[in-house]
Design a protein around this ligand. Structure first.
Ligand code: SF4
Length: 269
């Protein structure tokens, strides 16, 4: 991917390659609090080396494109769920799935919890200086058990029918499971009673083969996932060990980015 650095006006800028914000860079064995977002934890699980290069060496990877269509479905769903939250009634997709006892959770900080850029769910990891954060899409409550239910919205396009039976068969969905696990873990650390049941609200754009005509239709499917936080403590400790190391871990040999960078360096290009 070719990514050119531009300012807010769209003007080209010199790409610095290195982070300048001190709070984004971790010095091994530092005592000062350091924030790790859900996205960075996910990076660590994917490749500890890239995580180290980013957080400790402070080297910036190319900026990914914005997913504005996906962001719009999130915003529209958020509006729908906020309307239900205000009236403390269930949402149509929950009712269709015989889950009318689940309603959006009302809490003074719900907007902060959903603001991944500046706030999010937040918990200190044990007695360390690591503060874990994650901006959740929504939190619902099971009114029968008083347990909180983690929810995440996903927009996609697939010509295959989205079903509970097949949805998680793709390895690309493992990250979604870990995302739900992480939010549930944070809520538990914040002393909430959290349900094992969590949900992905899938918006799947349908190819109607009728032309665009300014319209895109989505199927909506609720996918259930049973939360598993059993591995998180250990993985966070592994992540902290990497942060405190004086050299980066091994690379992931399946990574095309590293293969590309290594070949360029071999050929002096
Ligand atoms: S293998 Fe290399 S480029 Fe790929 S994620 Fe890891 S460090 Fe980054």
């Amino acid at each position: 991917m070719i990514s050119l650095k531009r300012n807010k006006k769209g003007e080209l800028q010199k790409a610095p390659g290195l982070r300048t914000r001190k709070s984004s860079i971790y010095t091994p064995n530092q005592e000062k609090d350091f924030v790790i977002s859900r996205g960075k934890f996910s990076d660590f699980l994917t490749c500890p080396r890239c995580f180290y290069i980013d957080r400790v060496a402070g080297i910036i990877s190319p900026t990914p494109p914005g997913w504005t269509l996906n962001a719009l479905t999130d915003t529209l769903l958020k509006d729908e769920f906020d309307e239900c939250r205000a009236k403390q009634k269930s949402h149509r997709i929950l009712i269709e799935n015989n889950l009318s006892h689940i309603v959006p959770f009302q809490h003074d900080d719900i907007d902060k919890w959903r603001n991944s850029l500046h706030y999010g769910l937040e918990a200190r990891f044990k007695d360390t200086n690591i503060i874990l954060k994650g901006g959740v899409d929504d939190v619902w409550i099971n009114t029968k058990t008083d347990e909180l239910v983690v929810a995440d919205y996903k927009s996609q396009q697939s010509n295959f029918e989205v079903t509970q039976e097949t949805y998680f068969s793709s390895p690309f969905k493992d990250g979604y499971k870990k995302q739900l696990d992480f939010y549930a873990y944070l809520l538990m650390e914040m002393d909430f009673n959290v349900s094992k049941d969590s949900y992905l609200y899938i918006c799947n754009a349908i190819n109607q083969n009728k032309g665009f005509n300014g319209e895109m239709i989505f199927d909506e499917i609720l996918i259930h996932y049973e939360i598993d936080t059993s591995y998180i403590d250990q993985e966070i400790q592994n992540m902290i060990n990497v942060l405190n190391s004086d050299k980066p871990p091994q690379s992931n040999e399946s990574c095309e980015n590293c293969a590309y960078a290594n070949k360029r360096s071999e050929l002096n290009l």
